[in-house]
Design a protein around this ligand. Structure first.
Ligand code: ATR
Length: 256
């Protein structure tokens, strides 16, 4: 989606995949400097390991200890994380206004952490984190409270309270027919979001849709983390529709 978008706005660049070995990481940035690479994305398993080679981190990347987008600017390698903001933008693109909303986030791993940080910046009313391993949910809650004292953040569900948004950030539903939450929780929520995009409709989303709920899969998060990266690299607005079409065309399990 990036190469097509560069072409669309007349930006002289291409986006290429590089597969590197862990022991090559120390030599990566000097090599990229020689080759004239202006920026890149980082994925698993290098999102944390890349940090020690960078000169500057965005506040979000620093807090999360994770980088997925790098730019070479004025002789410095700068690291950003666009997953959380990409997630939030995918909700906003669906007409969702997050301010004042009560949100339940399922999972307490890397994805949950970046989503939670981005949600807190949107002045949501409350955030409940539930996780298979409760200890990890508690740890994440403690960390997030350091970031924002005003928002009600906890790891225990209050049974009677209605919910606006329910988000699955775990991999449950990717390869099996399991649902990471009980049906009552789906029933109580208005909008159910799954960060999984393959399959395009997980059992969680299917169940939610059959209850008449608004649903969203993770394709928008994938698109908008790319949109954010594109805007960091080019300092221009991304041609979102062009990127979306290219992304959908490249994923053969999605009917366009
Ligand atoms: P990611 O970066 O994709 O978030 P991660 O950091 O490994 O990956 O986190 C995976 C999350 O999915 C965790 O919250 C994990 O729960 P645990 O902390 O209990 O491990 C959750 N998860 C993975 N498989 C799960 C399963 N079968 N049932 C419930 N939760 C699961």
């Amino acid at each position: 989606m990036h190469s097509v978008a560069f072409q669309n706005i007349g930006h002289n660049a291409v986006y290429l995949p590089f597969q590197i070995l862990p022991e090559q990481l120390p030599k990566l940035l000097p090599s990229f400097e020689i080759l004239g690479v202006k920026g890149f994305n980082v994925t698993v398993p290098y999102k944390e390991k890349i940090i020690e080679y960078l000169d500057w981190l965005s506040p979000q990347a620093k807090f999360l200890g994770s980088v997925n987008t790098v730019i070479f600017e004025n002789g410095l390698w700068k690291g950003y994380t666009t997953d959380g903001n990409g997630f939030v933008r995918s909700l906003e693109a669906e007409g969702e206004n997050l301010k004042g909303k009560s949100v339940v986030l399922v999972g307490a791993g890397g994805s949950a952490k970046s989503i939670a940080v981005a949600l807190l910046e949107k002045e949501i009313a409350s955030l409940t984190i539930i996780n298979r391993t409760e200890k990890k949910a508690n740890q994440l809650v403690r960390l997030l409270k350091q970031l924002n004292e005003k928002i009600d953040i906890h790891s225990t569900l209050i049974d009677t309270a209605p919910l606006d948004i329910l988000i699955n950030s775990t991999s449950v539903g990717m390869e099996d027919s399991c649902v990471p939450v009980k049906a009552e929780l789906i029933k109580k929520s208005d909008f159910i979001v799954d960060i999984i995009y393959n399959p395009p409709e997980t059992v969680l989303l299917k169940n939610a849709r059959s209850m008449g709920k608004k649903t969203l899969n993770g394709l928008g998060m994938l698109l908008y983390q790319g949109v954010e990266a594109f805007e960091i690299w080019t300092e221009k607005s991304a041609p979102i529709n062009v990127m979306k079409k290219s992304l959908i065309d490249s994923l053969d399990f999605i009917d366009s």
